[in-house]
Design a protein around this ligand. Structure first.
Ligand code: DAH
Length: 347
């Protein structure tokens, strides 16, 4: 191996040993640069004869070409390695299943509300929504709770330290019963010319509030009001409607209803509705599911209707209680703790 062959081998070795493109360029300068080994060799031709210059020059040029070829090869290998590294680090496995957004699910109380709404809608009831911040007049006065009457303190109301434009105190509604008044007044006004007025038949589900908190009471809870007013609506209709509702809601005909005398200022007579299942885990136990009664004449008057002509019934039930019975839940607080281990069972 002569000195030129050795030079080519050295260049190949140094190029191969260069760990980075920058170091490869330094190595190139050592061989092919202005002060590099090849240039030096060419300069050293000067004192030689023309023939010697020709043969030695040609051999130097071949060596130079070999060195340039080695350089090019090493550059390409480096670029390829860099590309491979990038492809590996940014690799996408297109065969992996995509990430899905969780489906979510409805809260058991929402499911119960929807169920109640669907059943009453199927019986021809309208479904109405109303404000959770109410006036004192709607929550109490219009419902035959006279001002300063002790019956007002039956409910531990959250009062708001604020009045509406007409100077009426505001509260967080302690029941959905004010919706009887709101809906009936709007209905009466809408059908002012009609004789007879079409029946009022509505339920009003929603949130209600009282200063109350234990295993069976929460300061925010749900109610569903019901109201049917017409020329000839009686307790018999209440019993029929509520029996149908219970059978559909609990998906069994194997239950009984009982009307237990009670008192509410806005109904006369008033009754608690109890149900008992004839079979199943709750067999034989009377469970209170709703307040009810024949709407008091003073309340019908506040609807803007003539109590001598229009009569009917109202009821107010607790969807939270109904959900607990339907699903066999024994602590109301589970509904509001947002524990996924509980909630996912209803998905
Ligand atoms: N508002 C009553 C309560 O919260 C429930 C109630 C009882 C509603 C009798 C009614 C009714 O419509 O007729 O305790």
């Amino acid at each position: 191996m002569d000195d030129l062959d050795q030079l080519v081998v050295r260049a190949q070795q140094e190029f191969a040993a260069a760990p980075t493109p920058a170091e490869l360029e330094n190595a190139k300068a050592r061989f092919l640069g202005k002060a590099g080994r090849v240039t030096e060799l060419l300069k050293a031709l000067a004192p030689l004869s023309v023939d010697e210059k020709k043969s030695r020059g040609a051999r130097i040029n071949r060596a130079k070409e070999s060195i340039e070829a080695a350089l090019l090869e090493r550059r390409q290998a480096m670029a390829q390695a860099e590309l491979d590294r990038q492809l590996r680090s940014e690799a996408l496995d297109v065969t992996l299943p995509g990430r899905r957004i969780g489906d979510g699910g409805l809260h058991p109380v929402s499911l119960t509300m929807q169920r109640i709404e669907a059943i009453f809608a199927s019986m021809g009831f309208d479904v109405a929504d109303g404000p959770e911040i109410e006036t004192d007049w709607m929550s109490f006065t219009a419902l035959n709770n006279p001002e300063n009457h002790p019956a007002r303190s039956m409910q531990d109301t959250f009062y708001v330290d604020m009045k509406d434009e007409q100077g009426r105190w505001l509260n967080l509604r302690p029941h959905t019963s004010p919706m009887q008044v709101r809906y009936a007044r709007a209905h009466a006004a809408r059908h002012a010319g009609a004789d007879p007025m079409p029946d009022i038949r509505v339920i009003a589900p929603g949130r209600t509030y009282r200063v109350d908190s234990d295993a069976t009471h929460s300061p925010m809870f749900h109610q569903c009001e019901g109201l049917w007013i017409g020329e000839n609506v009686s307790f018999k209709d209440l019993k029929a409607v509520f029996t149908d509702f219970c059978r559909l809601f609990f998906e069994t005909d194997d239950l009984q209803l009982r009307f237990r005398p009670s008192f509410f200022p806005f109904t006369e007579p008033s009754a608690e509705i109890d149900i008992a299942f004839n079979s199943g885990p709750l067999k034989g136990k009377w469970l209170e599911v709703s307040g009810s009664g024949q709407v008091h004449p003073n309340v019908v008057r506040n609807f803007g209707l003539d109590p001598e002509r229009y009569i009917g019934f109202a009821f107010g039930m607790g969807p939270d209680r109904l959900a607990m019975l339907r699903y066999g839940i024994d602590d109301l607080r589970l509904f509001f703790e947002n524990d996924l281990r509980f909630l996912l069972q209803f998905k």
